[in-house]
Design a protein around this ligand. Structure first.
Ligand code: NAD
Length: 495
């Protein structure tokens, strides 16, 4: 079995507890590696390494252009097909995401590094035409400080890029704690960044349980900013702890996104978009289009079409090229998905596809759930309000555009939304009316390193991707310089 230590200050480091956690392959249903079970002592070590790298080491004296070049080389390393394939296989094995999707993701992840490489030396302050005589006033944009990045298990390498690329471009150093369910790819990747010339201590990866090493990181006095991706429940705890230290936070949390199909939509495209939006990654996406809102006049016809397409999806080994849906990533999540399916049935939702664990040939001891569709869902049901994070779709009918807006917005979340219509006016009206951080029109699950993504309402705080993301890691400092030739006559008169 492979053993993964922490990655601290450019070296593999044994956990101070000498304890390890097993990491399970959700397809084989067996442990394939072990990771360090970190604690506060390890957190201290990693934060000290990050702090020294940021304020004393070579990172502190490098120009923004030089930092950008390192980021570019990190992108190049990821573009190397051997590295990409190796990392894709590790992540597939660790969290069950299908290899084809991982390969696609890894083809795109270098773009994040290139984008922020380019942005690193374009961070500018301002000179203010200040209303004081003999005074120069300006703003400097400075790195916020040491960053603790805490991430979920569904897309570890993507989160690594989303958080670390802008943080490093801003001049910060990072301690990353990936999920205990999928840490291996982040550790492998962190070690690889050394080849790009990233100085030791700029990226550190520590592993373990949230309460044992995540909490000490969040509470550490030398951590200035927490960037978190995970559930809203944990996010609230982290937010509270961060508030006690007046730390900056970025929160990427859950969602219950409406995917809204109007009768005037191109129904072929809409059907593919709805299936991809809920059954891609076995529904384990924060942006999953888990509430399908369909206009009543086409509801029955569209439901039949969906069932037809979803029924054919191939479940299997995530490493096999034929597989379209892999297992649920870990046992607690698997149990949670099945509990929601039972809750939906007992609430009166009509199960029109799936609704049970998937077993059979090729599914071995894996944590598989059948693609599941519930019809006759009302927006008050738990299955319409709470995040399942699995391959479970709820269908809700609506009559008018206003109905679609009211139902679409009637959840605590506001991460993403999809709209399918051929009417341009409606597309614009809906895009404005939906309370979501990202609205897709006639597409779903389209992401770009240049387009900000983040939550409204309880889906989070702040934005990742795009120019906005680098500002999340910067602090404004104002500088006022007197050019007066002589001391003021009255020392107590405010200038
Ligand atoms: P989680 O909240 O259980 O865990 C997330 C991370 O927090 C893990 O690394 C965990 O170890 C750590 N953690 C747990 N308790 C902690 C504590 N007290 N202090 C500090 N850290 C702690 O989430 P998960 O189950 O890993 O991920 C699934 C969730 O992530 C879903 O709700 C999903 O919507 C969300 N998610 C959001 C986005 C987004 O961009 N908005 C993306 C992917 C996933």
């Amino acid at each position: 079995m492979k053993t993964y230590q922490h990655w601290i200050n450019g070296a593999h480091v044994t956990p101070s507890s000498s304890q390890w956690l097993e990491t399970v392959d959700p397809y084989q249903g067996a442990a394939w590696a072990r990771i360090a079970r970190g604690n506060a002592e390890d957190a201290n070590l990693a934060v000290a390494a990050a702090r020294d790298a940021m304020y004393k080491g070579p990172w502190s004296t490098m120009t923004a252009s030089q930092r950008g070049k390192v980021l570019r080389r990190i992108g190049d390393l990821l573009s190397d097909s051997r590295n990409a394939q190796r990392l894709a296989e590790i992540e597939s094995r660790d969290n069950g995401k299908i290899l084809a999707e991982m390969q696609g993701q890894l083809k795109y992840i270098p773009e994040f590094w290139y984008y922020y490489a380019g942005l690193a030396d374009k961070v500018e302050g301002t000179v203010i035409p200040v209303d004081k005589a003999d005074m120069l006033a300006m703003t400097l944009r400075e790195p916020v400080g040491v960053v603790a990045a805490i991430t979920a298990w569904n897309s570890p390498l993507q989160f690594f890029a989303l958080k670390c690329a802008p943080a490093l471009a801003a001049g910060c150093a990072v301690v990353l704690k990936p999920s205990e369910f999928a840490s291996a790819s982040s550790l492998e990747f962190a070690a690889l960044t050394q080849e790009a010339g990233l100085p030791a201590g700029v990226i550190n990866v520590v592993t373990g349980l949230g309460q044992e090493i995540g909490t000490p990181l969040v509470e550490h006095p030398d951590v200035a900013k927490i960037t978190f991706t995970g559930s809203d429940r944990t996010g609230a705890k982290v937010y509270e702890a961060a508030a006690r230290g007046m730390k900056r936070v970025g929160m990427e949390l859950g969602g219950k996104s409406p995917n809204i199909v109007f009768a005037d939509a191109d129904l072929d495209q809409a059907c593919v978009g709805v299936v991809a939006g809920i059954f891609g990654a076995a529904g384990q996406m924060c942006t999953a289009g888990s509430r399908l809102l369909v206009q009543n006049s086409i509801r029955q016809k569209f439901t039949e079409r969906l069932i037809e397409m979803a029924r054919k999806l191939r479940l299997g080994d995530p490493l096999s090229a034929d597989t379209e849906i892999g297992p649920i990533s870990n046992p607690p999540q698997y149990e949670k998905v099945l509990r929601y399916i039972e809750a939906a049935k007992s609430e009166g939702a009509r199960c029109v596809l799936g609704g049970a664990p998937a077993t059979g040939q090729g599914l071995k001891g894996g944590l598989f759930v059948q693609p599941t569709i519930f019809a006759d869902v009302t927006n008050q049901m738990r299955i319409a309000q709470e995040e399942v994070f699995g391959p479970v779709l709820s269908i809700i009918g609506f009559e008018s555009e206003q109905d679609a807006i009211d139902i679409g917005n009637d959840v605590i979340y506001g991460l993403a939304a999809g709209v399918w219509t051929q009417d341009i006016g409606r597309a614009i009206r809906m895009s404005k009316a939906l309370r979501a951080g990202l609205v897709w029109v006639n597409t779903y699950r389209a992401y770009s390193c240049m387009v900000p993504l983040g939550g409204m309402k309880q889906s989070g705080l702040g934005r990742e991707s795009g120019i906005e993301a680098i500002h999340e890691f910067l602090e404004t400092k104002s500088v006022m310089i007197s050019a007066a030739a002589a001391a003021p006559a009255n020392p107590f008169l405010q200038r």
